[in-house]
Write a protein that binds this ligand. Structure first.
Ligand code: CTP
Ligand code: MG
Length: 381
């Protein structure tokens, strides 16, 4: 157990943020803001003690904090942030603590780097906080310039040697409100050093900050997969030739272990490729007799199930068939419709194209056909 304590102040009303409930309980993506902050704090540093300071008339904290169990204790804050911090420090009285980190619940994006820098700074100083330089020109309301090089924007967590911040708060006048905890430390003469701030570690303060935070937790990305397949013609058989799930009665067919639908095979591999989930041969080995003569719908539906398991969303597919014969154009719309049905996509997101190879190569000589496909899938992290 480390002797580092975290005080997370979450007793404010969030007036500037608006909304029906205090900002720390509003959701960012799937999680309340406070839960995100706490989860990121736990990931960022090994705290032996965690105190969340909540408001007396708070109906939300219990539900939010229940999943954290005994690891997190709560106490009731006060009318100002300074009072809330004081309440948190009071809970720690008498405990064996070396360093205390005081953090706004309203800053969900704290990182391990921020915490590590603060921890390092406490080896040489009594108080520390992340600070950022100011990029914009600074003016008074009268329009006079202020030297921005001498100023910093200061964030939380702010970290202190425990005994020192305790006596700094004891020395401060009860009821007096301070801009932050560094202000209390400074008034008591503690030695101070700033670490590098992080622009992403911003405080959710105004209504528009929720949209910014939502964008930052949106970890989705678009994955692209490609697939390729070749099958040889079988002129001995006049079974239908299956292509993109559509039977073509052209007097010959394709050789293969399954129904040899090169279009659906290429498409299945494209989707598996987007998922980084191997290829069709891994999941349906040609050596396995159960896939003999199998309809290739099965392979595609399998890939679609895998998309669902990953909570993904197939967005678009594009299949290119490469052959001299049979002519694809008369079957193209039926192919698009079949693929759209199997993939649960609107027709406008399914493309089937065809080309020849100008009589060159095995497709040009009419020995077989090739298919290639590209699939785009929207995925979480
Ligand atoms: N805070 C607190 N107790 C207070 C006031 C603020 O614990 N009496 C906490 C807030 O919950 C927040 C952090 O201090 O996590 C930073 O304060 P701020 O962003 O000002 O939050 P609010 O005071 O809730 O918002 P507002 O000032 O817009 O009402
Ligand atoms: Mg406030």
């Amino acid at each position: 157990m480390t002797r580092d304590a975290l005080i997370l102040v979450a007793a404010g009303k969030g007036m500037r943020a608006g909304g029906d409930i205090p900002k720390q309980y509003r959701r960012i993506g799937s999680q309340p803001l406070l839960v995100r902050t706490l989860q990121n704090a736990l990931k960022a540093h090994n705290f032996g003690t965690i105190i969340v300071v909540i408001s007396a008339d708070d109906d939300f904290a219990e539900g939010c904090l229940a999943p954290f169990g005994d690891e997190v204790r709560t106490t009731i804050g006060g009318a100002t942030r300074t009072d809330s911090v004081r309440a948190g420090l009071n809970v720690l009285q008498g405990e064996r603590i070396d360093h205390v980190y005081i953090h706004d619940a309203a800053r969900p994006f704290l990182t391990q780097t921020l915490l590590q820098d603060l921890s390092n700074a406490l080896e040489t100083h009594q108080a520390t906080a992340p600070a950022l330089p100011i990029a914009d020109a600074l003016k008074t309301l009268e329009g006079d310039s202020v030297d921005r090089d001498a100023l910093r924007r200061v964030q939380t967590p702010q970290a202190f040697r425990y005994a020192d911040i305790l006596s700094a708060f004891d020395a401060a006048k009860p009821g007096e409100s301070h801009a932050d905890d560094i202000a209390v430390a400074r008034a008591a003469g503690l030695s101070l050093s700033f670490t590098s701030g992080d622009p992403d570690n911003f405080k959710v303060t105004y209504p528009e900050d929720f949209a910014k935070a939502e964008r930052m937790v949106d970890q989705t990305y678009t994955a692209t997969g490609s697939g390729f397949d070749v099958h040889q013609f079988d002129f001995e058989s006049n079974d239908p030739l299956w292509l993109c799930g559509v039977p073509i009665n052209c007097g010959y067919t394709l050789k293969g272990h399954s129904d040899a639908d090169a279009g659906l095979h290429a498409l299945t591999d494209a989707i598996l490729g987007a998922l980084c989930f191997g290829d069709i041969g891994d999941h349906f080995p040609p050596s396995d007799p159960q896939w003999k003569g199998a309809s290739s719908d099965k392979f595609l539906l399998f890939a679609m199930d895998k998309v669902k398991e990953r909570k993904g969303l197939l967005q678009h597919v594009d299949v290119t068939l490469i052959c001299e014969q049979p002519k694809i154009k008369p079957h193209r719309e039926a192919m698009r419709e079949k693929i759209a049905e199997l993939c649960g996509l609107p027709l406008s997101r399914v493309s089937v194209k065809a080309t020849t190879t100008e009589k060159l190569g095995f497709t040009g000589r009419g020995e077989g056909l090739a298919a290639q496909a590209v699939a785009t899938v929207r995925l979480g992290s």
